[in-house]
Each structure stands twice: as structure tokens, then as C-alpha cells.
Design a protein around this ligand. Structure first.
Ligand SMILES: Cc1cc2nc3c(=O)[nH]c(=O)nc-3n(C[C@H](O)[C@H](O)[C@H](O)COP(=O)(O)OP(=O)(O)OC[C@H]3O[C@@H](n4cnc5c(N)ncnc54)[C@H](O)[C@@H]3O)c2cc1C
Length: 250
């Protein structure tokens, strides 16, 4: 990204340059923090982002969250109520393969949610090791049936993908509102920023990202009002819906 006094340009891999009066940067937190560190093959800002912008970006905590999809030859669980059912498993080790999603729209499939150190671990260990670990827990949950082996497995690795390098953003307690002001503030009046991490009331989700995108566009076109970033009226229905179906198996 090249920022000049009269324009901002994005140079892409094949060397083509796209220039405009304004640009809205929506790289994820992982990509922005890699750029600030100057990691190999990371995005480059010329000139480098000012210190106040770098400090604000470095305030964000990138969270690693992933999913394991196991597709079985048959369904070995009882018919579920509604479209989705969440099974919780409480292991001795906190967060160890604790969430399983059964979804009517994904036949014969169990989706396992993983986060933190476990998500980092499974991204680097072999698929076989991960499947063995998950199957050991599933055998405890479904202890009255003989489980088939999964015939297909997909494991996400967002934090290793150079286009993401994290999953979503979080903040430590007591993050000052000025951090969000600096995250949203354009550099040199031309380089604007948007994305889930920048939304003080809705970080970590799609509606938060959307609100900051609308806000950046309004700033550029001079149509924003004093209310700041528009907040989506949608609440995280997906979380509420899933949690209401929670059943804990031990
Ligand atoms: C497993 C998982 C489950 C989730 N579930 C939910 C959910 O149920 N509900 C919800 O609201 N949110 C959910 N989220 C969070 C949600 O996905 C994010 O908050 C949202 O996608 C953020 O949008 P964004 O536009 O800020 O960033 P992103 O969606 O990360 O978009 C950034 C874009 O920048 C592009 N990019 C990066 N580097 C470059 C480069 N060098 N050159 C060109 N392009 C580049 C990427 O390709 C990408 O398209 C989930 C996230 C994960 C990982």
C-alpha cells in the first residue's frame, strides 16, 4: 500500500498498481500485525503506518479459533431437535475438544469447535493424531455404540493462512475508547480502515465488520452523522440459538 499526498495506491502480486483518491483497508488483525512486525511476505505500507496507528493495531489480541469437520459413513446419534444441537464435553484439561455441533444440514457430520492452544496444536500436528484424540472423546460421549471411523476430515488452519493469520479479534479488560478512535482514524486523510477488530461494541463478528465498513464509506463520502459507527441491530442469534440447545455430557 503506497500512500502519497494526492492518492493512495495498492500494488498487487503481479506488479499491477491500482490508485484512487481514498482506500479502505480491511486486512485482518493478523495481517496488519504481521505488516507492522515486517514479517517476510507480509503486506507493506509505504511509508510505514504512523506510530499511533501501529500502537492501536498492536492493542488487539488476535484469537485463534478453528473447526474440525468429521464426516462419517452413517449417523450414529439420535435424531436432533431443530436444525442444530450442541454437545458439550467437560474434560480434565480446560477446553479440550469441548464443543460438538450436530447439524441437520450437514448429514453424517460432526463439527468440533476448538480455540486457543488446542487450535494452535491441531494446526501443526498430523491429521491422524487429531482424529484419534477427537474419536477418543466421542467414544466416551457415545459410549453405548460402536463408532465408525470418519471417511473424510477437514481441519481449518486460519491462523496459518497468510490472508488471515488469526480467526477473530479480542481485547484485554479496560481497553480505552481512544484505541478504537485511533483504529478508525484515517492516515493522511486518505487511507481508511475497517474490519471486525475496529468496532468497539461489536468486535469479533460479521456485523461489527459491516458497521465499520459503512462508517468508513460514510466518512469518505461526507455522509456520516455524529452517531459514529452504525451498530447492527442483529444480536448474535447464532450463539444464543446454539447455547439454548446445550447439553453437557461427561
Ligand atoms: C471459525 C470461525 C467462525 C466464525 N463464526 C462467526 C459467526 O458465526 N458469526 C459471526 O458474526 N462471525 C463469525 N466469525 C468471525 C467473522 O468471520 C469475522 O469477524 C469476519 O469475517 C471479519 O470480517 P473482516 O472483513 O473484518 O475480515 P476478514 O473476513 O478476515 O476479511 C479480510 C480480507 O482481507 C483479505 N486479505 C488479507 N490479506 C490480503 C492481501 N495481502 N491481499 C489481498 N487481500 C488480503 C482476505 O482474503 C479477506 O478476504 C467466525 C470466524 C471464524 C474464524
Amino acid at each position: 500500500m503506497k500512500l502519497a499526498d494526492d492518492c493512495v495506491c495498492a500494488e498487487v502480486k503481479d506488479g499491477k498498481m491500482y490508485c484512487a483518491n481514498y482506500s479502505i483497508v480491511t486486512f485482518s488483525t493478523g495481517v496488519l500485525q504481521a505488516a507492522i512486525r515486517g514479517d517476510q511476505n507480509s503486506v507493506k505500507f509505504e511509508p510505514p503506518l504512523p506510530r499511533w496507528k501501529q500502537d492501536a493495531i498492536n492493542h488487539i489480541t488476535p484469537i485463534v479459533y478453528g473447526k474440525i469437520f468429521l464426516v462419517f459413513p452413517t449417523t450414529f446419534w439420535n435424531e436432533i431437535d431443530g436444525d442444530q444441537q450442541l454437545l458439550g464435553y467437560v474434560a480434565d484439561e480446560k477446553g479440550y475438544y469441548g464443543h460438538y455441533i450436530l447439524d441437520k444440514n450437514r448429514p453424517n457430520t460432526i463439527t468440533v469447535d476448538v480455540s486457543g492452544n488446542l487450535a494452535i496444536k491441531i494446526a501443526t500436528q498430523s491429521q491422524e493424531e487429531t482424529v484419534n484424540e477427537v474419536m477418543a472423546i466421542l467414544r466416551k460421549i457415545f459410549n453405548n455404540v460402536t463408532l465408525p471411523e470418519p471417511e473424510s476430515v477437514v481441519i481449518s488452519r486460519w491462523h496459518l493462512d497468510p490472508l488471515f493469520l488469526h480467526s477473530y479479534s479480542d481485547y484485554g479488560p479496560g481497553v480505552p475508547e481512544s484505541v478504537f478512535d485511533d483504529l478508525l482514524k484515517p492516515v493522511n486523510g486518505r487511507l481508511y480502515f475497517a474490519g471486525e477488530a475496529l468496532n468497539s461494541s461489536n468486535y469479533g463478528n460479521v456485523q461489527g465488520a459491516y458497521g465499520t465498513g459503512v462508517y468508513a464509506a460514510q466518512q469518505i463520502t461526507g455522509t456520516s452523522n455524529s452517531a459514529g459507527v452504525p451498530q447492527a441491530t442483529l444480536v448474535c442469534v447464532f450463539v444464543a440459538g446454539v447455547l439454548s440447545l446445550l447439553s453437557v455430557v461427561q
